[in-house]
Design a protein around this ligand. Structure first.
Ligand code: PEP
Length: 249
């Protein structure tokens, strides 16, 4: 039985004060929760949120990282620094990183390996654009992004991973994939992993869906057999919406 994960990706939103207040309020309201809940604030708020979360069941995640431990990489953050801040998870290969910052499959693979080497749990994002979906390329794109991101990993490492299927056309657009379409792609990813890494690894890996998840559509998405949780952007910025999604588990 895979425990579901609800992860909030705040992107470039919230000051440290806003972040602290949000997490305090969320914790007070979140009494009984079956899912693992992960908050991914911007780098500047990681330490403040970690302080509030100390001793709580909610986990802290980052939105990106460099693969090197340290070095002359102006503006970058290393896995050691994320660990130092109390991070347990790190989102890698988000489509906004690929689209606006030119992140490649090869870089995502280096980041995944570095995260695992430092005991961080990668949330590896994959997904097709609208043109790729309309061109019938969804499985080709998602399959090749997944294979590239995981290249060189052992079945044991793959078993512990989190993958997020995030169709680019559904991110921040209010246009959610239907539960059937999302389930179909998640099932495809799991089948691919079974072929490459064996049944046990494929059965253990958590595959989330992300793309305009809201309280109104969360329950039907999360009821699908291969959807093991949600990566939530916009709706994770309002406590009531994020709580509604968590409570849909
Ligand atoms: C995301 O950024 O990962 C995301 C899914 O955003 P949204 O929920 O706003 O579509």
């Amino acid at each position: 039985m895979r425990q579901k994960i609800i992860a909030g990706n705040w992107k470039m939103h919230k000051t440290t004060d806003e972040a602290r207040q949000f997490v305090q309020a969320l914790q007070e309201k979140l009494t009984d929760c079956r899912a693992a809940v992960v908050i991914c604030p911007p780098f500047t708020a990681l330490a403040a949120v970690a302080e509030v979360l100390a001793g709580s069941k909610l986990a802290l995640g980052a939105q990106n990282m460099h693969w090197a431990d340290q070095g002359a990489y102006t503006g970058e953050i290393s896995p050691l620094m994320l660990q130092d801040c109390g991070c347990r998870y790190v989102i890698l290969g988000h489509s906004e990183r690929r689209q606006y910052f030119g992140e490649t499959d090869g870089q995502v693979n280096q980041k995944v390996k570095a995260a695992l080497a430092h005991g961080l749990l990668p949330v590896v994002c994959v997904g097709e654009t609208l043109a790729q979906r309309q061109g019938g390329l969804t499985e080709t794109v998602v399959g090749s992004q997944t294979a590239a991101a995981l290249a060189g990993l052992t079945p044991e490492q793959v078993a512990g991973l989190v993958i997020a299927y995030e169709p680019v056309w559904a991110i921040g657009t209010g246009q959610t994939a239907s539960e059937q379409d999302a389930q179909q792609v998640n099932q495809y990813i799991r089948a691919l992993l079974a072929e490459q890494y064996g049944q046990a690894a494929a059965a253990a890996v958590r595959i989330l869906y992300g793309g305009s998840v809201k309280p109104a559509n969360a329950a039907s998405l999360l009821a699908q057999p291969d959807i093991d949780g949600a990566l939530v952007g916009g709706a994770s910025l309002k406590a009531a919406d994020f709580l509604g999604i968590i409570q849909a588990v």
